[in-house]
Design a binder for this molecule. Sequence first.
Ligand code: UDP
Length: 318
Amino acid sequence: MTSPLRAVVTGGAGFLGSHLCERLLDLGYEVLCLDNLLTGNEQNIAHLAGIPRFHFLKQDVTERMDVDGPVDAVLHFASPASPIDYLGMPIETLNAGSIGTHKALALAKDKKARFLLASTSEVYGDPLVNPQPETYWGNVNPIGPRSVYDEAKRFAEAITMAYRRYYEVDTRIVRIFNTYGPRMRPNDGRVVSNFIVQALRADSLTIYGEGTQTRSFCYVSDLISGIVALLQAAPGDAMAMPFNMGNPEERTVRDLASRVLALTGSSSAIEARDLPVDDPQLRCPDITRAMNILGWRPEVDIDQGLRLTIAYFRKQAA
Ligand code: UDP
């Protein structure tokens, strides 16, 4: 019997990381989940603890990354990723994207492993092109409050490309657009979790600004399918460029609020709040590259995804 492929997932106890660990285990991988539990939560991986191919190590990726034995893939998902998190933990965020990415790449190089970076649509900043293709270089304020995340991820992409060019590490970059689903934290501060939690508590839904800003929301299982397709794609030049992944259906924040109210049956009011500094006005992925090269596209529609997420939050609140 051949031994299973071994994957290291940094940030594996987080929202996306835990879904990724779960999927890799389903696919037969041995998974080493590293997380310092700054924004991750052991509850997210509690159901995986009994699986012999799953190992959890409480470890800060900016400090050390000792992994014994062979490694086939390193997937770097460790970072605060929600605006309230990265605004509250600016230095940790900069370090996770810079030092953390460097250490994760060094591990991949040492082990001759494939490397996959979780990047973000934030690299496009407040975009002047809509939808955003991977060829768009973005419109980022380098000194604004969001820059701790945006610039850290831009650095992370740059150092990933440097390891690809100079050390010939087999790298892949996924630019993740707004994703939602079970295991988002109720106090994550993101629009989907905020609206659902507020609706279930009959609190007012807090709309920042006019609510005319747009986002496109991808259900987590769709995103994970795309990431796995990217991880498993054959090496080659097509893998050098980043891949946008998200749901290309663009909608306003106000539209999302109406859907959450309808699907929860809540009679919550709407409350206007100030728009955060540098809040992107538009965001929508052009996923042509992922569709053409990986044959991937999201399948879960917004109401279906919201229903599953609402059910999760209802259960949490019970
Ligand atoms: N937003 C909102 N109410 C909230 C939380 C967020 O209107 O309670 C808005 C926010 O200003 C942004 C969008 O929803 O325009 C998405 O915010 P989120 O924090 O989910 O992610 P972002 O895309 O900004 O990283």
